[in-house]
Design a protein around this ligand. Sequence first.
Ligand code: XIL
Length: 484
Amino acid sequence: MKKIHALSHFALCTAIIGVGFMNAQAADETIRQLAKERGRFIGTILNSEWFNDAIEPEFEEIHKTQFNVVVAENEMKFDATEPKEDEFNFEKGDKMVKYAQANGLRVRGHALAWHSQVANWVNNYKGQKQKLLAVLKNHITKVVGHWKGQIAEWDVVNEAINDDYNADWRSTNSVWYEGIGAEFLDSAFVWAHEADPDAELCYNDYSIEWGLREGSKASFVVEQVKRWKKNNIPITCVGTQTHIEIAHETTPQNVRALAKALAELGVTLNITELDIGFPKGSAGKLTAADYAKQGHLYRQFMDVFLEEPNMGEFVIWGLTDAHSWLDEQQGKTEGLLFDKQYKPKPAYDSVMASLKAHPASEVKTPYPDSILNPPDTTAKDTTVKDTTVKDTTVRDTTVKDTSDAIKMFAIPNNISIHIAGRTLFVMGTAAKDSKVEVFDMQGRPIFSMENSKGVFDLSSIADGLYVVRVRSGSASLVTRISIR
Ligand code: XIL
């Protein structure tokens, strides 16, 4: 009931009408909805281009329709949040938190103590242990404190282990380790916990999907988690970044083994930065079989994720191959679920297939209800609403679709929509300035038109189920329609 109360009267009306208007099952078929039903969080980053308003509109539409957890690609890192000593910049992070709240997404915070993307001024204190401790404590206290209660989980320490065959702490090129020693990690967890006792706190790293052989990075992580738990260091989760390549076929089962080892310690394992890239040189030469293989790997990761009860989040490091750090920095390419034109790839279908093959009744969640259904913080702004998810809370409505030819939706501010065959009419005082957008059920925009005196010809749209958004001034209506 909590959710229903949280819906504005306006949104509730559209939700009820929407359910009566179409097959509710089909509307649920987004990754987001299937994840939510399973008590899990699946998401992608918001790329830096999004923060700079330099990304195609499809990006956000797909992002908020398909996913229920979000993380900033760069905007919550040290250099972004504390560019000058004790002068904090939370603007971009706030933008994401607001977006997440408006769209019901869980937020991961990334990352507090990391050797990379540290602001330059920190290097002025190289080797000065007490000063560096004070700098790190101040940073963590102020950043975590700023978003207290709004960020569900922090990567407290990122990539602190070296790449040697016999894993140990990263002792070079880390201003924190070189100046403070390994105690910077323990301290970072304690300070983060003090600043937000309810936040989950993770150790996050790459190459821990390579198995638990002696001397491996993964084994080292497990040993440290044991030590942290024994010493009451408040760690609750490990993040496996999992930036892999198409040839890395053993990694899903390695992640399963790591999850099981951490389960024994009462710690969650999250996949935090997954991408499954092809070698860059293969761009333009990839075949259907290659994409299917990529899908198969995504599917195996999703299977492991859903089958291991101490896994909670599955985050992919990007949404579209058009915006990915793989091409820019990694000599890899096309590692994500959507292609450069925002079309879902076979990997998307594989993820969906895995979710459907694991019924909600069989998937365990590591989270209590208070986390799965937090109090609604959605602002009462109705301009952008994701009804796809909200509708599920009112699915037991008895409102039924009564007429095939003409549908009418009324909203309180004197706008109504009528659909007659393939013509959509916007009625009411503000109708002539209205804008109509139609999205498919995966959130991809397929039609957009404005200033047409309230009459919109939808004959270019194929039969099917869609979400329509009508905006006029500050009023907005989002609902689902069926075109036949
Ligand atoms: C990457 C970003 O995607 C790039 O834009 C940035 O230039 C470098 O960092 N591990 C991490 C992430 O923890 O923060 C990194 O993100 C990718 C590797």
